[in-house]
Design a binder for this molecule. Structure first.
Ligand code: NI
Length: 157
């Protein structure tokens, strides 16, 4: 387990809109570090701050290509559409098919407050869209078809 626990479906915090981060300080960096630890421990490929009960626009993602820390992320470009299997750390044991953009570009600040641009395709594009949805209180089940039980721990965000 990580240092902070992941909120599960039914917790109202998951349905609230997160506020933009105003100050990137030691407290926020601590939160991001704890979020990453919880994501890796789960295991999962992404985690958004509302999933640990913090209504701030911050997410961590690692689809196996290294840790991404995104503060105040925004999708600036998207293209294509593809259906893929998705799960969520806040809804363990459940997966569904969700249509997402094939490619997205996301603009965000990093943990030092520096602007970064992430270009993602495939699983990374999917993880980015899934985590950004969390910041607006949107869960994958709102968009999924064919929801079904799953025993796999893979690719949850
Ligand atoms: Ni999720």
């Amino acid at each position: 387990m990580g240092n902070i626990s992941i909120r599960l479906y039914g917790d109202p915090v998951l349905r609230q809109t997160a506020q933009p981060v105003k100050k990137i300080d030691a407290k926020l960096r601590r939160l991001l570090k704890d979020m990453a630890a919880s994501m890796y421990a789960a295991p999962g490929v992404g985690l958004a701050a509302p999933q640990v009960g913090v209504l701030q626009r911050a997410v961590v993602i690692d689809v196996g290509e290294g840790l991404l820390t995104l503060i105040n992320p925004e999708i600036t470009y998207s293209e294509g559409e593809e259906m893929g299997v998705e799960g969520c750390l806040s809804l363990p044991g459940l997966v569904g098919d969700v249509s997402r953009s094939t490619k997205v570009i996301v603009k965000a600040l990093d943990a030092q407050g520096k602007e970064q641009e992430i270009s993602g395709e495939g699983l990374l594009a999917r993880a980015l869209q899934h985590e950004l949805d969390h910041l607006d209180g949107i869960l994958f089940i709102d968009k999924a078809q064919n929801l079904r039980p799953s025993e796999s721990d893979e690719d949850r965000g």
